[in-house]
Design a protein around this ligand. Structure first.
Ligand SMILES: [Zn+2]
Length: 538
C-alpha cells in the first residue's frame, strides 16, 4: 500500500474559495506538507481559517440553532480543528526548523490566533449553548465520552473567563495575549542563547572527550575557519564533554555557560528573568480574576491532584524519602573523587565527570562504551518489535515524500493492525541541529476522529529528540539515556496513535488530565531496563 491510500480527502477537506494548491497550510487532504510551508503562508492561512471559524461560531450560536451536539459541537470542531492543525504545522516548524523569516511570520500571527482562542473560550453565547445542551434531554442520550467532553467544556469556559464581565473580561484577554507572546519569547531567548555560545579549544585541552564528539567539534571549528575544536551547548556536545573532559577548566566554562543561558549573567537582550517575572505576575492576576487564591489552584482545576497542599505534601514526602539515599550517593562520589581523581572539592562541573568515572571503576560500565551497541536503526527495530508484540500492531517505514518532511533526516512511519489497515502515522526527527529546540517531545499533528459524515481520520504524531547525529556515514549511536528518552516519547506517541476514541476532544492525548499524561511514557521507559528488551536493541 502506498502512503496515499488512506488519504481520500475528508468530505469537507476543501472549502470553496480555498487556494489549496498555493498554501500548504490550507491543504487538509493528506499528510501535512511541511516541506512546502513558507513564512509567507502563515498569516494568510491563519487569517482565513480564523474567519471560517468565526463563521462557524456565529452559526453555532445563532438563536435559531438548536443546542445539540450535531449543530453546535460538530461544525465548530470542524472549523477549529483546521485552524489548530495549520497553526500546529507553523508551531512545529518554528520549534524544529527556526529561521528569522519563519519566526517573524509566526510572531506576526500569534496575537491574532491567541485573541481568537481567548474569545472562543470565553464566548458567552457559546457557553449558553453548551449549558442548554448540558441541561437538555439530548445530553442524557449522548455517549459517556461525549457527556464528559461537554462537562470538560463547561469547566473550560469557566476557566477561560466566560463568566467574567466588563473590564475583568478585557483584562483577562490582555493577559492571554501577553502571556502567549512572553512564552514564545522565552523559547526564542533560550534557543538564541544556546546557539550564541561556542568554546574554542586546542588539542591539549580535550583529553578524554569521545572521538565522535571531537570529530563533530573539529568540523564545527573548520566551518568557522579555525583550527582545533569548537564546542557548543547542544546536548550531543554538552553532555559528553561534561562526562568525559579531563580538563576541569573546560568543564567549568561549559557548565557555567550552560546553566546561565538566557539569564541575567549573559546578553541582556536574551535575559529571560524579566520574562519569567512578568509571566508569574500575569498568572497570579489571571488566577485571582477567575476567583482562585493563586495560580497553583487554577492550574490544578483540570488535573487529578486535589489541591496545591496535596501536591506539596507529595513532593515533600518524596524528597524526605529520597534524600538519605541521595546524600549517601554524594558522600560516596565525594570520597571517590578525592581518592581517585584528585578532586578534594567536588564542584557542580565535576559531578557528571566523577559519576562516570565511578561507574567505570565500580561496575566496569561506560556509557560511551555501551553506545556502540545502541545503533539507532537497531534500537528503533527493537522498540518497534517490542510494541508490535505488546499491542498486536505492525510498524513499517512510510513514504515521507508524499507529505514533505522538514528535514532530510526525518522519517515517516505507519502503524497498521494485523490486517494491514492503517491505524496512524508518525514522524521521527531524532538528531540535534541548529534551529531546533533542545529536549525531546511528542506532539500531535492530527488526532483520530470519526468526523461528522463518518469519515475516519487517522492520527499523526511527531516524535522529536536531540540525539547526536551520525558521524562519517555510520549509523547514529545512542546512549542508554537516549534510549530511555526515545521509549518515553514513543509511549506518548502510542497514547496518541493507538487511541480507540472517536471523538476529537477525547481521542489520544486530548482531554487527559495533564498530571496523568506521563503514565504511558513512563510505562514504556520501564522496558529499557529489561534484559530481554535490551537484547533486541543491541
Ligand atoms: Zn513525557
Amino acid at each position: 500500500m502506498s502512503a496515499q491510500d488512506h488519504a481520500q480527502p475528508a468530505p469537507d477537506a476543501v472549502l470553496p474559495g480555498q487556494t489549496v494548491k498555493h498554501n500548504p497550510l490550507l491543504d487538509f487532504s493528506g499528510l501535512p506538507d511541511y516541506a512546502q510551508v513558507r513564512p509567507e503562508h502563515v498569516q494568510p492561512a491563519i487569517s482565513q481559517l480564523i474567519a471560517e471559524a468565526r463563521q462557524a461560531l456565529a452559526q453555532a450560536t445563532d438563536p435559531s440553532t438548536p443546542a445539540r451536539w450535531e449543530t453546535v459541537v460538530d461544525p465548530l470542531s470542524v472549523a477549529t480543528e483546521r485552524l489548530s492543525r495549520a497553526w500546529g504545522m507553523a508551531s512545529h516548524l518554528n520549534a524544529v526548523a527556526d529561521t528569522p523569516a519563519l519566526r517573524e511570520a509566526f510572531n506576526a500571527a500569534l496575537p491574532e490566533i491567541t485573541e481568537f482562542w481567548t474569545e472562543l473560550g470565553a464566548d458567552a453565547r457559546l457557553y449558553a449553548q453548551y449549558k442548554r445542551l448540558h441541561a437538555s434531554l439530548a445530553f442524557t442520550a449522548l455517549s459517556p465520552t461525549r457527556q464528559r467532553i461537554i462537562e470538560h467544556a463547561l469547566r473550560d469556559f469557566r476557566l477561560g473567563g466566560a463568566e467574567l464581565q466588563g473590564a475583568d473580561r478585557q483584562r483577562y484577554a490582555q493577559i492571554q495575549e501577553r502571556s502567549a507572546a512572553l512564552a514564545q519569547r522565552f523559547s526564542e531567548n533560550l534557543l538564541d542563547a544556546t546557539n550564541a555560545f561556542t568554546l574554542h579549544a586546542q588539542a591539549d585541552a580535550v583529553t578524554g572527550i569521545p572521538d565522535d564528539v571531537l570529530h563533530t567539534a573539529q568540523d564545527e571549528a573548520a566551518k568557522a575557519g579555525k583550527p582545533g575544536f569548537l564546542f557548543t551547548l547542544h546536548q550531543p556536545c554538552y553532555f559528553p564533554v561534561m562526562q568525559y573532559a579531563q580538563g576541569r577548566a573546560l568543564r567549568e566554562r561549559m557548565y557555567r555557560a550552560y546553566v546561565s543561558r538566557a539569564s541575567e549573567l549573559g546578553d541582556p537582550a536574551l535575559d529571560n528573568s524579566p520574562v519569567m517575572a512578568e509571566l508569574l505576575q500575569l498568572r497570579d492576576e489571571e488566577a485571582r480574576l477567575l476567583g482562585f487564591a493563586n495560580f497553583a489552584e487554577l492550574s490544578l482545576e483540570p488535573k487529578m491532584a486535589d489541591s496545591p497542599e496535596a501536591v506539596e505534601k507529595f513532593l515533600l514526602d518524596l524528597a524526605r524519602r529520597a534524600r538519605p539515599y541521595a546524600e549517601r550517593d554524594l558522600r560516596d562520589l565525594r570520597s571517590f573523587a578525592a581518592e581517585h581523581l584528585g578532586l578534594p572539592e567536588l564542584a557542580a562541573w565535576d559531578i557528571a565527570y566523577a559519576s562516570e568515572r565511578l561507574r567505570e571503576a565500580r561496575y566496569a560500565y561506560s556509557e560511551q562504551e555501551v553506545r556502540q551497541y545502541f545503533t539507532e536503526p537497531q534500537v528503533l527495530a527493537g522498540l518497534f518489535d517490542l510494541v508490535q508484540t505488546l499491542f498486536g500492531i505492525r510498524i513499517r517505514e512510510d513514504d515521507a515524500s508524499s507529505g514533505g518532511a522538514w528535514h532530510p533526516e526525518v522519517a515517516l512511519w505507519r502503524v497498521e493492525n494485523q490486517q494491514g489497515e492503517l491505524i496512524g502515522q508518525f514522524y521521527t526527527d531524532l538528531h540535534a541541529r541548529p534551529g531546533k529546540r533542545s529536549g525531546a517531545w511528542m506532539d500531535d499533528a492530527r488526532a483520530r476522529w470519526l468526523r461528522p459524515g463518518r469519515h475516519l481520520q487517522t492520527p499523526i504524531a511527531l516524535l522529536t529528540c536531540n540525539f547526536a547525529a551520525p558521524v562519517d556515514g555510520k549509523p547514529a549511536l545512542l546512549t542508554h539515556d537516549d534510549v530511555q528518552t526515545l521509549f518515553h516519547e514513543f509511549g506518548h506517541g502510542l497514547h496518541h496513535l493507538l487511541t480507540q476514541v472517536d471523538d476529537l476532544s477525547a481521542s489520544g492525548i486530548s482531554g487527559v488530565e495533564w498530571d496523568a499524561v506521563e503514565l504511558p511514557s513512563q510505562f514504556m521507559e520501564n522496558f529499557c531496563w529489561e534484559w530481554d528488551v535490551l537484547q533486541r536493541l543491541t
